[in-house]
Design a binder for this molecule. Structure first.
Ligand code: ZN
Ligand code: ZN
Length: 308
């Protein structure tokens, strides 16, 4: 299952400004990554915005936080993406940069399902623009397990798609042999031999003889995540092409959804979405799209009068 956060409004209902091509065509955009995200991002951005792309050399995105929690991420997902983009601008001396940031956790509406939310940002200091694309997917292998035997580690590896998807092995962080010293973390394991060595090391070293295994969520170690980053990049390009009908600024998009979809049976307003408000963050122009989810009445099961 994969879904976008924006309602599927009929394209014809959304007023359009001029094409944003003139703002970007021929420019150089830096992609802030050291985990080979450019493999999926660069072709989509080059084609969608008619730009060239460059990867900053010696770019260490791990200082912005890692999934293995050895470095905590500061601030929101959007702030983290912005900081990466700003760092890439500095390193490459460009005025256009792209950065992505992912999170893993329970699905916002189906809390029992793990999900991967990816955000891809365009930061254009020449035009004062910040536009964000998103994708949410439940096709994620974000998992961890404690094992005391190598066989159990191999069995776990099988369930997460190893070795196409990489693994991380360490000592259980709560039982470090010396609390003052950070135990080493073995990341990017993609061969059975390396996995066995790392698990044997952890079992031998940990006071509780237990190895902590987790899926390596860095993009180049995780094809499923890479696919969601590609979807978020496509969403970004789509949003950039949605321009304000009044001032032509890219990123004219839904800022609010209004409830009140009438019940099919009694007509009383329900909590379901009746309208989406598009607003330009540059000039403030607003446009209301009625029934953005393609339905004009609500199921009586959702009605507080028909189904109290
Ligand atoms: Zn009703
Ligand atoms: Zn505008």
């Amino acid at each position: 299952m994969s879904d976008s956060n924006s309602p599927k409004a009929a394209e014809s209902q959304i007023p359009q400004g001029q094409s944003p091509s003139g703002l970007f065509r021929g420019r150089l955009g830096a992609i802030a990554t050291m985990h080979r995200k450019e493999q999926v991002m660069a072709p989509l951005l080059q084609h969608g915005l008619e730009i060239e792309t460059v990867i900053p050399t010696d770019f260490d995105t791990d200082v912005f936080g890692t999934f293995t929690r050895d470095i905590e991420r500061a601030g929101s997902q959007r702030e983290a993406a912005r900081r990466k983009a700003e760092a890439a601008l500095k390193l490459t001396e460009t005025t256009l940069a792209f950065a992505s940031e992912g999170t893993f956790g329970p699905h916002p509406s189906l809390p029992f399902l793990p999900c991967n939310r990816e955000l891809v940002m365009l930061l254009d200091v020449e035009h004062g623009l910040e536009v964000v694309g998103e994708a949410v997917s439940t096709q994620t292998n974000f998992r961890h397990q404690l094992v005391t035997r190598v066989e159990d580690a191999l069995a776990f590896a099988k369930t997460i798609g190893f070795p196409e998807h990489g693994l991380v092995v360490r000592i259980d962080p709560d039982t470090s042999p010396d609390p003052g010293i950070e135990a080493p973390i073995h990341k990017g394991i993609v061969s059975e031999a390396d996995l066995v060595t790392a698990v044997e090391w952890a079992i031998a070293t940990a006071p509780n003889s237990t190895a902590h295994l987790e899926t390596d969520m860095r993009a180049m170690m995780n094809p499923r995540r890479m696919k969601v980053i590609a979807e978020a990049t496509q969403d970004l390009v789509r949003r950039i092409h949605q321009t304000c009908p009044q001032c032509n600024t890219p990123g004219f998009d839904v800022t609010r959804q209004l409830p009140g979809l009438p019940c099919e049976l009694c007509g009383i307003p329900t909590g379901l979405v009746r309208a989406a408000i598009y607003q330009c963050h540059q000039c403030g122009f607003q446009h209301e799209v009625l029934f953005p989810n393609g339905v004009s009445t609500a199921d009586p099961a959702q009605c507080s009068y028909c189904n109290p």
